[in-house]
Design a protein around this ligand. Structure first.
Ligand code: FE2
Ligand code: FE2
Length: 215
């Protein structure tokens, strides 16, 4: 398994008829975190690679940005392999997780809050994200030491993004968040302001091409 950046591993599913890619990411810190559970099929497919990368270390966290099958569908598959894992999600998403068959530990966070673990080797801060399906109450997560921002559907691009990284100016990416992504103008402005104050080094996108941030 080749990392897409330092200790960040990408797992991808490309769907040719849609020209669309779905990604998950393992940040192999101690403790380790998976961004997006993937669908049931994806979670099952990545388990052998997860085990190879993690070795004896368990998967401690899964970050679930919002309630959709690509973010949360595979949780019960992961829980079966790693019974002690903890899901990090917003309160509304956490409330809905039992519907996906997940019965394990959960930590809820909201935008502006953080979580650190492992003598600060994992240091997450959370951003409110009015995400699909309900266009509210989702989260993004930024890991401060690595500068990695898991951006779920926010900087979505079509195309086969497996293993692909493009370089973009962070400020213009934020500026170009449009009403198609976040229709509520007030919520969109608030999100853009919050993102403007962040300086991520790398966008681990849920779909499309990862972004090496300039500016
Ligand atoms: Fe989504
Ligand atoms: Fe998605």
């Amino acid at each position: 398994m080749k990392a897409i950046r330092n200790n960040l591993y990408q797992f991808s599913l490309y769907i040719p008829p849609m020209d669309f890619t779905i990604h998950q990411y393992l940040l192999n810190t101690d403790p380790a975190i998976l961004f997006a559970a993937g669908t049931v099929q994806q979670a099952a497919a990545i388990l052998p690679d997860l085990k190879t990368i993690l070795g004896k270390k368990p998967l401690k966290y899964v970050f679930v940005s919002h309630m959709e099958s690509d973010e949360a569908g595979g949780l019960r598959v992961l829980q079966k392999e790693y019974p002690d894992l903890t899901v990090i999600a917003g309160a509304i998403t956490a409330r809905e997780l039992p519907g996906y068959g997940y019965t394990g530990k959960m930590i809820t966070r909201r935008g502006g809050e953080s979580l650190t673990d492992g003598d600060l080797s994992l240091s997450l801060s959370f951003i409110d994200y009015p995400s699909e399906v309900h266009l509210q109450d989702g989260l993004l997560a930024c890991e401060k030491n690595s500068g990695i921002l898991y951006s779920a559907d926010l900087f979505l691009r079509f195309g086969n993004g497996m293993g692909q990284v493009i370089r973009k100016d962070w400020h213009s990416e934020v500026e170009h968040i449009d009403t198609q992504r976040v229709p509520n103008e007030e919520a969109r402005k608030k999100l853009q302001q919050r993102l403007e104050s962040l300086h991520p080094a790398f966008l681990a996108v849920g779909h499309g091409y990862c972004i090496d941030c300039m500016g």
